[in-house]
Design a protein. Sequence first.
Length: 597
Amino acid sequence: MAILLTKYPLHLLYGIESYFLGSIAWFTVRRGGYGQAVAISLIGSAAGVWLWDQTPLVLVIPLEIALVGLVFKKRRRQLVLLDLVYCCSIGAAAHLAGYYGLSQFGFGYSLIYVMFQGVTSILNAVLGDMAAEYLPRWSGSALHPQAFIKERLKIGRVMTHMSISILVLPLFIFLYLNSQFTNEQNMKNTSDKFDSIASHVSERINQMSRLELRDLKLHSMLQRASMKETFYNVTSASDIKLILVDEHNQVFASNDPKIEDGQEDFDWQPGGIVSSVDDRLYLFQPEHTPLYNPIALWSQSEYVKEYQLVRIPYKLIIKQPIEEYQQEVFQMYTYSLALICILFAIVVLIASRVTRMLERPLFELGSISTGLPFKIRMNERVTWRESRIHEVNLLKNNFEHMSQELASMFAETDQKNLMLRDSEEALRKLAHYDTLTGLANRYSFSLFFPELIHEAKLKGERVLCLFIDLDRFKLINDTYGHDAGDTVLRTLGERLNPYNNEQTRVFRLAGDEFVIITREPLPIDAEGWANQVRLAVVKEPVQHAEKAISLQLSAGLSVFPEHGTDLECLLRNADSAMYAAKVSGRNQIRTYSKPMS
């Protein structure tokens, strides 16, 4: 069992591991087998190092068993208190020196490691002490119930064990469960953040003209600088790295100072261990960091995701170092461990004042403590009757206070969950809606229109596509400024928004380009309907800085399936018709016709 406990430690987030080998050794020490306990800890830790490639720091466990077990054997003091003194002195120094000498990876990481190992050591002592206290003794194949009952009559130790089980262990379990939840949320938030950045970059490329795309494919220095500027804009105030590579794996542009522009045969996978953690989200861990130093390994790891662009055969690679997440989680661990240590100290202080006269209050405490986390979730008041003994009343008040602390932690977790849901909704709106006009964006259009066309094909219905473009919008920006241009676009969005209903949807594709999609029943006079939309938009000037800006727009109509059976064809034909309207004098509506060029 000791070897298995060394092989399978408790894994928390980002390299923190807790070994429970000591619980078996402490059980053996309590049952009078000091030499056997030292041998068990030595064999278990040696197997962990040489068979399972665990950290060599696990060899500190036999030192703890040898020193504390020797004092306990001679003086028969409380095992948990002796181990607490050891962890705060020799144990902390041994773990700190061993970790720093092994990894040389910063005092902060060493401190969190020492804190976790100290709490784990105390929990091991508690678990071993409890097992030896309550499990019956064996002699060959016969049980000896007398010894078992005799151990149970040590009420002070029973109170200590029960208090720790009720207060400290649930917090440790909560810490483990919260770390798993945090890890899932970190991966999901990272993936959503990557998707949002990739959407911005893709939208930037989709806005390029054919000439700009040609320069992009030719590795133009101007386009490279422009793309780098886009990278820095979408990753401002973060350590996210973006790499754009062409079809020959040559780096076109990157905001990573370690990667040179024009680097050939680029591949982010060599030199590390790559594992898939989510949909197209990968974890990259460097090979040069030893596996037995997991904290350093995770601090140098990265989340990576690849995206294939649509308009050009380029690939976008997004990387996020995990060290920032690691530091945030370690800070949470520090506060949690400090709370656990405070609770443990309080519990030990209270248990030291308990006498054999407290059997009745102890029984009531055992009854009340059953299902404590559920009771706190149900907002039940955790209390029991007043006692004439002062120490019992102190324990009662402390238990209620600890229950309130747990309730506060659960409430804080619920609040964090609510905030995470709000963040997910904000990210969804950011991905699907234009922040300036409030209309659905190109990404939302790319999801909505194919489904609409598929449905129209099944029902044999028609779909009307109205492509709108403001006339001389560049002149408005040059004359009145970009703030005026934003005011014009925002007003245009407000005037088009009433057309959003079950039959009609309005989208802003990019810049001053908008699309209105209408399903059956279509208007009998499509151009007349489109002209009404145009008049509703341009009939009143836009007011900006006490200036009235007149609007004109040109629009093109295309109809499914007459003018195309897919998204690209319908948009292209509607855009062609809009261009014909501009050539014909602007501020007009035109319907696509095949002879048009």
